[in-house]
Write a new protein. Structure first.
Length: 623
DNA sequence: GTAATGGGCGCC
DNA sequence: AAAGGGCGCCCATTAC
């Protein structure tokens, strides 16, 4: 028997919401009030206060919810309060929001019903209920409407499962289930260090704000208007927008920051505020056992990757490099510094470091083993392109970057990384950046901003040429995909790309459209034909290199999903993961080799893919 | 007043 | 012909 469940709980926009607080904090707040539960088993409907629900009616049932992580969290709280039996969480649960993400790239119930069934749902009175209690609804004569709304959603959830669960593979359901459990299980926090960081950071931000000339005038610290006014006042140009001209922006900072300290301070202020926000969110989320729960959305990206948000704290973007301070001011290492010089710089030029990753620690008695897949995307891309020579050399242990250097860059010596580190670096950037049809401008700017490698136009153009000449199979893959896009566009069809795991990526409503685009050579806008498709709920331009990138990312995700499930089943709890990296919390007797063994397995559905992984034991989360 | 948007910053 | 992509959150500003 399948029973769908849906709670209605008190909430208040901007003040008391799951989205902003996360499941646990929301359910453990004084205002927590689950005033309505609705249930539907395909025939019978029930709606009322949770304390009146006959839980025996769902003993042994498969439970369904749209955002099951939330329904489980509410149920967990009810169990703690003695209002539900503790076996409920041991039932089989499924999340129809996760299922909708997989099947249609949408999460919200109304969007799912619209995309999958072509019906519009009435949003009901949920918005009206912001800040209002069940008693308010009763007084306003809206109790019946609220009940009808609640049960209607529950019926929709049940319907989605009945109609579409057959299209959601068992493997994917296991990934969804694991994700829900990981988020609720959470991670242990070094609370003393967290509190110290927050105290320190508040001082640093206070000092920095004082140094901005416009805060005295009442303007916001990072106000673009105030910055422009200050530039005019002292007679310097306004900063170019970073998103349009990153190098120009960096040059502007480098040129004027020696004369005007506030030039560098605004970017720092944003960095610091972002960091402080993350730290304060952690403080608010702390559970009695010094752990915090988090949110990770199964299939949050259209390629299938998880996305990190949904509760005010993103576990996928904690900064890797610590924030360094001296005398309560931010200091940054010189760009392009070597590892050895970096250590000397830290000793001489800094007196404090805030490393947010240090805050995530194993539970008492446990240890962390972090593992990550080695260059998974280039390996997958070359598998797709049918580059058998690459696959052979890499499976024999050669670095993918060295393979590329030998094939395309004329390297004939010994181990490249040791004998010619500069060429190795350039080969690495080419492999990581040029596999998806990037042009020379993008390549040049990425080389600079991501790898501190300065290339002139000529060198950058040569790199692009070298890569494409040396990798005809990859170029061929782009062209094959482009041809498929054109075919779908001309036929005005959907395009479906089937992946080795058996699932497929859908590009809906592919069309040829005339769009105005900026010509990078002349700077003028010109009308050009491009192909456009619906991805999720947005229309986006697509082309061969883009789809090559999408399927590479999607396949890499599938490979990693298999590893995550295996690690959880065979090694220990996977506490969290970021795309190709897993953090296991293990007993003392578990070894790095145990983890590498699982992570290095090639999935049976992708024979010939050389999979490799590295694992290390660490006292806290680290890059 | 809140919602929507765009810039900026962080990650793989 | 050429085109890296995938995310989320905070802040300031504008739109409603």
């Amino acid at each position: 028997m399948n029973v769908s469940l849906d709670y209605e709980t008190f909430y208040k926009k901007k003040d008391y919401t799951v989205r902003q607080m996360g499941n646990w904090r929301y359910c453990n707040d004084d205002r927590f009030d689950p005033y309505l539960l609705s249930a539907y088993d395909g025939e019978r409907r029930w709606v009322g206060h949770p304390r009146d629900f006959n839980w025996e009616a769902v003993r042994g049932a498969t439970l369904l919810a749209h955002n099951a992580g939330f329904e489980r969290a509410v149920t967990r709280r009810l169990i703690e309060l003695g209002q539900a039996p503790d076996w409920v969480l041991n039932n089989e649960w499924h999340c129809t929001a996760d299922m909708s993400s997989y099947l249609a790239n949408v999460r919200a119930l109304d969007s799912a019903v619209e995309v999958l069934e072509g019906r519009k749902l009435n949003k009901g009175i949920r918005d009206w209920m912001s800040g209002k209690t069940w008693d308010d609804a009763v007084k306003a004569g809206k109790a019946d409407e609220l009940k009808r709304y609640a049960i209607a959603d529950t019926v929709e959830c049940h319907g989605l499962w009945t109609n579409y669960s057959g299209l959601w593979p068992a493997f994917e359901q296991r990934v969804s289930d694991l994700t829900i459990h990981q988020c609720a299980r959470g991670v242990c926090i070094n609370v003393d260090l967290l509190n110290e960081y927050v105290e320190k950071l508040r001082i640093v931000i206070f000092e920095l704000e004082k140094s901005l000339p416009w805060t005295d005038r009442g303007a916001k610290p990072s106000s673009p208007i105030a910055i422009a006014e200050e530039c005019r006042k002292v007679g310097i140009p306004c900063p170019p927008l970073k998103k349009d001209d990153e190098e120009g922006h960096d040059r502007w900072v480098a040129t004027f920051s020696p004369r005007y300290p506030w030039v560098a301070a605004t970017g720092q202020w944003r960095q610091l505020c972002k960091l402080l926000a993350s730290l304060e969110t952690m403080q608010e989320r702390l559970r009695p056992d010094n752990t915090i729960d988090f949110s990770l959305l199964y299939f949050g990206a259209h390629t299938g990757r998880w996305s990190g948000g949904g509760s005010g704290l993103n576990f996928q973007n904690f900064r890797k490099v610590p924030l360094f301070l001296k005398n309560n001011f931010v200091v940054a290492p010189p760009p392009g510094i070597s590892a050895r010089d970096f250590k000397a710089w830290i000793a001489a030029e800094t007196d404090y470091a805030i490393d947010i990753r240090r805050l995530l620690i194993p539970r008492p008695g446990k240890k962390f083993i972090i593992s990550d897949l080695s260059q998974i995307e280039p390996r997958v891309l070359n598998w797709l392109a049918g580059n058998l020579e690459f696959l052979r050399l890499v499976s024999e242990g050669m670095s993918p970057y060295e393979v590329h250097a030998r094939k395309a860059m004329g390297w004939t010596g010994g181990k490249l990384k040791d004998e010619n580190p500069d060429l190795y670096q350039l080969a690495k950037i080419q492999v990581l950046q040029l596999g998806y049809q990037s042009g020379w401008e993008k390549f040049q700017s990425t080389a600079l901003t991501e790898y501190n490698v300065v290339l002139n136009e000529q060198q950058s153009r040569e790199s692009v040429e070298t890569f494409r000449d040396g990798n005809p199979l990859i170029v061929n893959l782009w062209e094959k995909l482009q041809a498929q896009i054109q075919l779908s566009g001309n036929r005005k069809e959907d395009m479906e790309l089937t992946l080795p795991s058996g699932r497929s990526l859908r590009y809906r409503h592919v069309r040829r459209e005339l769009r105005s685009k900026r010509n990078s050579e002349t700077g003028n806008y010109e009308k050009r034909f491009t192909f456009v498709a619906t991805i999720g709920e947005k229309r986006k331009e697509i082309y061969g290199g883009l789809t090559a990138e999408n399927i590479t990312q999607a396949i890499s995700r599938d490979v990693f999903c298999g590893h995550a499930l295996e690690l959880e089943a065979q090694v220990s709890d996977v506490i969290f993961h970021v795309h190709d990296e897993a953090t296991n919390e293990v007993d003392q007797d578990v070894t790095v080799a145990d983890v590498e063994h699982v992570m290095s397995k090639c999935p049976e559905w992708m024979p010939g893919l050389p999979v490799a992984a590295e694992a290390k034991e660490v006292p806290y989360y680290t890059k």
